[in-house]
Design a protein around this ligand. Structure first.
Ligand code: 13P
Ligand code: SF4
Length: 313
């Protein structure tokens, strides 16, 4: 079967939009209506007029799209496209943890479940985390969840002392300094760019730290010709497309890590995308009460990001 033709037909017939994260396989990125990082995808989901949203990404992203569009059909082609970071913060444990910090505001990274969003004052992504934190007074007490690496990075940049939930991404947390140094020794002319979900030791080696979109923009405008990329391999497709004359080297996986491939993102295939659109599965279902609570911190994030010009209307 020609999945591309069939997906295009179904997209038209069902008035569907396909949103894809940069970590998707190239063939999925090629067929998407919009490719972006978590912030861009949330904004697209908030703005779309399409009837059906098909999310080529992971579960928390599709949940966010559903929260922003309670009346629309939101589909994820594989229910097991989850996220180790979101899984590292179960609701009951987080509620228990928060009892120790009754006078703290809660800022949650978008890579968390809808339940965690209901317990949060505001959501952030790696594309706006610093600005979201800085939108609070300097002396505000803050709990940051679930990514301890991103939280530590923000504490370092902003001079804050946020309390951090002990969660991490199984992809970025395993990226090793040794593997970067080895590549750098062979390619001394390359700049190191890294995602803030990486450990502090990795970020210390980086010439630039930012979200997937921020890294992409950096490589477009920076004058270096070669980059060592410390994040998930999917981003290389768009980087190479935007800057065909440049060389991009992904930090390699090794025997102990799968650190340049997110096994959850890579569960989405063209065949599953087709099946999802044809059979309208798997529908994201959330209770009204969860959606009503979870939308507030997401809308607050989008409002702050719009006001600061981090996203455009
Ligand atoms: P961004 O899309 O914010 O760069 O985050 C990367 C990620 O891990 C998505 O799951
Ligand atoms: Fe989750 Fe990490 Fe995969 Fe992103 S890369 S979806 S944070 S496991």
């Amino acid at each position: 079967m020609d999945f591309v033709t069939e997906i295009n037909r179904l997209r038209k017939d069902k008035d569907a939009i396909i949103l894809a994260h940069f970590y998707q396989e190239a063939e999925i990125q090629q067929i998407a209506d919009y490719i972006g990082d978590s912030l861009g995808l949330a904004q697209q989901a908030a703005q779309t007029k399409a009837n059906v949203i098909v999310f080529a990404g992971v579960h928390f992203m599709a949940e966010t799209a559903k929260i922003l569009n309670p009346k629309k059909t939101v589909l994820i082609p594989d229910l097991e496209a989850g996220c180790s970071l979101a899984d590292s913060c179960p609701k009951k444990d987080f509620e228990f943890f928060l009892r120790n910090y009754p006078d703290h505001k809660v800022i949650s990274y978008i890579n968390c479940t809808a339940d965690i969003k209901t317990l949060s004052d505001v959501i952030c992504t790696s594309g706006n985390a610093i600005q979201i934190v800085e939108s609070f007074p300097k002396d505000e007490k803050i709990v940051f969840a679930p990514d301890k690496n991103l939280g530590a990075y923000i504490n370092n940049v902003t001079g804050r002392n946020m309390v951090l939930w002990d969660g991490s991404c199984e992809v970025h947390d395993l990226i090793k300094t040794e593997n970067i140094i080895e590549l750098k020794l062979k390619n001394p002319d390359a700049k190191v760019i890294a995602h803030p979900e990486c450990k502090a030791a990795v970020l210390e080696l980086a010439d630039f730290v930012g979200s997937t979109t921020a890294m992409l923009n950096f490589t477009k405008t920076d004058n270096s010709k070669k980059y060592i990329v410390a994040t998930e391999s999917g981003i290389l497709y768009e980087m190479q497309k935007q800057s065909p004359e440049k060389i991009f080297l992904i930090v390699p996986a090794d025997a102990t890590c799968n650190c340049n491939n997110c096994p959850y993102m890579k569960r989405i295939t063209l065949e599953k995308l087709y099946d999802a659109m044809k059979n309208e599965k798997y529908k994201i279902e959330l209770s009204d009460s969860v959606m009503k609570k979870a939308i507030k911190p997401i809308e607050r994030m989008l409002e702050i990001s719009l006001n600061l010009g981090l996203i455009k209307k």
